[in-house]
Design a protein around this ligand. Structure first.
Ligand SMILES: [Zn+2]
Length: 125
């Protein structure tokens, strides 16, 4: 009796002469699967970096406006396609508000749907 195994890449049966631990029907499938995996990882990393940079750029632009006393509403960030899911950390201020950090900046979503933006210097927050 022998175990019938399928290639996890192309679903064809794995030839009996391959190692019992083999997950692929051939070396070709193994390499194809590996190639796809690494390009997917590369893509998602690049995607993250470009979204992150765009977010930081948006904050940089709004920060100068904010410093001039202009009220920034969160729907403006939506319009600029700000990605709310991205940040590289959180910071808590003395009033226990939690700010999200993105590169040089951090922002706080206020209860009145406005945004506070500050330069984010991790050493003195
Ligand atoms: Zn295969």
């Amino acid at each position: 009796m022998r175990l019938i195994r399928q290639c996890i890449y192309c679903n064809t049966l794995i030839p009996a002469d391959r190692k019992s631990s083999a997950h692929y029907c051939s070396d070709a499938c193994y390499y194809e699967a590996k190639k796809e995996r690494s390009s997917r990882q590369y893509y998602s990393k690049q995607e993250f970096i470009s979204r992150f940079n765009r977010n930081e750029q948006i904050l940089a632009t709004l920060f100068s406006v904010y410093q001039q006393g202009q009220v920034i509403r969160y729907n403006l960030l939506d319009q600029l396609k700000f990605d709310w899911g991205i940040s590289d950390g959180e910071l808590q201020d003395s009033q226990l508000n939690v700010w999200k950090a993105i590169g040089k900046y951090c922002y706080l979503l206020n209860a009145d749907k406005t945004i506070s933006i500050a330069l984010c210097n991790n050493s003195n927050q």
